[in-house]
Design a protein around this ligand. Structure first.
Ligand SMILES: Nc1nc2c(ncn2[C@@H]2O[C@H](COP(=O)(O)OP(=O)(O)OP(=O)(O)O)[C@@H](O)[C@H]2O)c(=O)[nH]1
Ligand SMILES: [Mg+2]
Length: 373
């Protein structure tokens, strides 16, 4: 017996999932897993006729099973799309002796479709759709051709690697951390950017003691935004933990918003943060009040988290800091870490004068056959 099974639908959560079982003995194997609500087993049901029943260990899931026509015996099981239901059906098939077909050989297009189902924003989805339609495959084929014709593929590989920085974040998003000394309005700004009151705002310095995180989007780019404890010395142990967490958060962030209070003179903590966080985007909050200092040197975005003034502008600046040069429609964008790593290795091989290795590495990405465009 050589029966395999494969999840045909996306591994992301959906309403319905479809599992295909095929190979000699597939129907017998499914009959050990599938319990029809009434009547005879699936093996004595004609091809193409839908049967309602249950499948899976324990009570299992309510499913539809159907024998498919074709030279290789095949069955399709449609179950509910939640991870537990899919897992129940697939585990039962495995226990009955079927082997899972790996998706390691799936094409770039199939991977893009799979990720598309998980895209958190329309902008992410549009880029993944371009790859599902063949943009990345076509670019890889062009590079393979230029290697074949002994042309220099370096710049094209470099362009793809740069695009990978955006591509790899299409699902997970970018991390943006709000930091600054206590009471400058970090939590108020966080809430203004989030669009609702998620974080506690309070005139007492040290109000925020933990890292508060939400998922949102700026200009269509998915973002994990975090509000952190105000940074200062000489504090109690709990606030200390919060401050340490804040420092960790800003080390891991793709972009740090350093919030200053425009209505109060800058103190030594502000100066230290300005010095330590050279790459941070400086936000001068409380612009609704008379200013207590003037900007020197470093660019700062004036906002009032209280009135909302300047927030739209800040969002546009954040967007352009995260992705200064967004991919255009139809452009090739590698979207998985393995893809970017393979392209990097191909680039290194080219630099070492080894086009053969570069071509093998690129082909291993499994681009679908080249299209005419
Ligand atoms: N006038 C004015 N007041 C603001 C503004 N933003 C925040 N505040 C006030 O400043 C105080 C502190 O605000 P928070 O957002 O809690 O400050 P924080 O930086 O999160 O403070 P910690 O959590 O203690 O570090 C509150 O009383 C807010 O109402 C603003 O833009 N204008
Ligand atoms: Mg706070």
């Amino acid at each position: 017996m050589n029966v395999s099974y494969q999840l045909l639908t996306s591994s992301a959560r959906g309403a319905i999932a479809v599992v295909r079982i095929r190979g000699q003995g597939a129907v017998d194997l499914v009959d050990r897993v599938f319990r029809p609500n009434r009547g005879r087993p699936l093996g004595s049901t004609p091809e193409g006729r839908l049967r309602l029943g249950r499948a899976g260990l324990g009570i299992g899931d309510e499913v539809v099973a159907v024998r498919l026509a074709g030279s290789v015996p095949s069955v399709e099981i449609q179950c509910h799309g939640g991870p537990a239901a899919v897992d129940a059906v697939m585990s039962a098939l495995k226990q009955a002796g079927a082997i899972e077909e790996t998706t390691a050989d799936s094409t770039v297009e199939a991977q893009a479709l799979d990720d598309l189902a998980r895209a958190p924003t329309l902008r992410s989805a549009a880029i993944l759709l371009d790859q599902a339609n063949g943009a990345l495959s076509a670019a890889i084929h062009r590079i393979l051709e230029s290697i074949q014709h002994r042309a220099e593929p370096g710049p094209d590989l470099d362009a793809l690697i740069r695009r990978g920085n955006v591509g790899m974040r299409l699902l997970t998003g970018w991390r943006v951390a709000i930091v600054g000394r206590p009471n400058v309005g970090k939590s108020r700004l966080f809430n203004a950017l989030a669009g609702y009151d998620r974080s506690i705002v309070d005139p007492t310095p040290g109000a925020t003691r933990d890292v508060v995180t939400i998922r949102t989007a700026f200009g269509g780019w998915p973002v994990e935004l975090s509000d952190t404890a105000g940074d200062r010395e000489d504090v109690d142990p709990v606030e200390r933990i919060g401050i340490d967490l804040a420092r960790q958060e800003r080390r891991e962030a793709d972009l740090v918003l350093l919030v200053l209070d425009r209505s109060e003179p800058l103190d030594e903590v502000d100066h230290r943060l300005l010095k330590d966080l050279q790459g941070a985007l400086v936000v001068a909050n409380k612009s609704d009040r008379p200013p207590a200092w003037v900007r020197q040197g470093r660019e700062a975005i004036d906002v009032s988290a209280e009135t909302g003034e300047g927030i739209d502008h800040l969002v546009r600046v954040i967007e352009s800091r995260l992705v200064p040069d967004p991919p255009t429609s139809g452009e090739a964008v590698p979207f998985r870490r393995e893809q970017v790593e393979a392209i990097r290795e191909a680039r290194e091989a080219i630099s070492m004068g080894d086009p053969g290795t570069a071509a093998r590495r690129l082909s291993s990405l499994n681009p679908s056959a080249a299209r005419s465009n």
